[in-house]
Design a protein around this ligand. Sequence first.
Ligand SMILES: [Zn+2]
Length: 149
Amino acid sequence: MPWCPNCADEYLEGVMICSDCGSELVAEEPEIVHVMRTRLKEVRAMGWCWGGFQFTFIWAFANKAWLIAVGCLMPGIWILLSFYLGFRGHEVAWRKRRFESFEQYKETMKVWDKWGLWWFILNMTLLALWVIAMLTGPDWLTDILIGML
Ligand SMILES: [Zn+2]
């Protein structure tokens, strides 16, 4: 497929000039670009990033996303970054950190996501218990639980 080296876009067979920038197209997308692009697609298809969502600062730090790590330390902002990392975390890690191989990257993300998901479930369970105990428990317990807020 003809490919624009400037825009990194593919064109249909027979097209000679990039309609976006006017560059002359080359015959094939270089192999390395093709591989990177395919991987990025795969990274984006990995779905919700539980690791980033739950472990915000630790996750950003471990994956060398320094700016995000600093943001995670700011009250109010970390909650936004938490959701941002939930949506885009896999891609952020892929771009920021160097991995030995794509397999190693996927394995690493799998571990983070597994613990992130468990951590989320644990937190939700504790929250549910807290609510149930507060609503149904004796007054002294309710007072203690409200005091935790
Ligand atoms: Zn172009």
